[in-house]
Design a protein around this ligand. Structure first.
Ligand code: ADP
Ligand code: MG
Length: 240
């Protein structure tokens, strides 16, 4: 088991955003997380990546107890995260964006870091854009650079938080294609997405988030053809 979330609770003031969430993820598994806006999907990913603390419960990634503040930094070394906004540094080339964490966090030598970053750019189909700056790239290309930046750290788990939601519709496909390839290569992935086609075709398991709890969980087949939870049925009715 590579990610183990046990009975996690998290509140912001009076708002209990996670109300007892448990998820176990095996190496190589691809989990899609769906659910209404505000249901706690991003917060769950952020707690797994050590970006948020939890109020109670436990999170282990690769055996490291993430919820203990002092180990949170270590987690960034093997959990990569891709956000809706690409957050690339505008003054750095694609290659330098993908090199930065290797230099700063892994303390890798310049040439070695560039080599690793180059192969990450290759993996997302952007070997020829290594020297381009973000503003010279389309949104889809920028998001692929952001994926390469995460991959360059050689993570064991990748978290995607609505990675295609900020893209023009015609650019969504190039990003989901990269995500699909990663899944096929055996990457462990937790993917918050509104792309139901992607969830259905790529995920091994789907979690439906409902007001801070997992309202239903199952195979894509089961979730999409035989949802039990009435709120999931309503949700699917709205989005499909
Ligand atoms: P989702 O990703 O499913 O849309 P989020 O996890 O982003 O949901 O948010 C769940 C709830 O937590 C929302 O009501 C949101 O406003 C609240 N929330 C998220 N982050 C914070 C924060 N840093 N401070 C206060 N409230 C927050
Ligand atoms: Mg969110």
């Amino acid at each position: 088991m590579i990610v183990d979330v046990k009975d996690v609770h998290k509140r912001f003031g009076d708002n209990e955003v996670l109300r007892g969430v448990s998820v176990s993820v095996e190496a190589g598994e691809v989990i899609a997380i769906i659910g209404a806006s505000g249901s706690g999907k991003s917060t769950l990913l952020r707690t797994i990546n050590g970006l948020e603390t939890v109020d109670s419960g436990e999170i282990a990634v690769n055996g490291v107890r993430v919820h203990e503040r002092k180990t949170a930094r270590e987690v960034h070394q093997y959990v990569g995260m891709v956000f809706q906004q690409f957050n690339l540094f505008p003054h750095l080339s694609a290659l330098d964006n993908a090199t930065l964490a290797l230099r700063k966090v892994k303390r890798m030598k310049r040439e070695q870091a560039r080599e690793v970053a180059r192969s990450a750019l290759e993996r997302v189909g952007l070997a020829d854009k290594a020297s381009a700056y973000p503003q010279q790239l389309s949104g889809g290309q920028q998001q692929r650079v952001a994926i390469a930046r995460a991959l360059s750290m050689q993570p064991q788990v990748m978290l995607f938080d609505e990675a295609t939601s900020a893209l023009d519709p015609e650019l969504v496909g190039e990003v989901t294609k990269v995500m699909r390839e990663l899944a096929e290569e055996g990457m462990t992935m937790l993917v918050v997405t509104h792309e139901m086609g992607f969830a259905r075709e790529t995920a091994d398991r789907i979690l439906y988030f409902d007001s801070g709890v997992i309202g239903e969980e199952g195979s894509p087949e089961q979730i999409f053809t035989d949802p039990k939870n009435p709120r999931l049925r309503q949700f699917l009715h709205r989005v499909l």
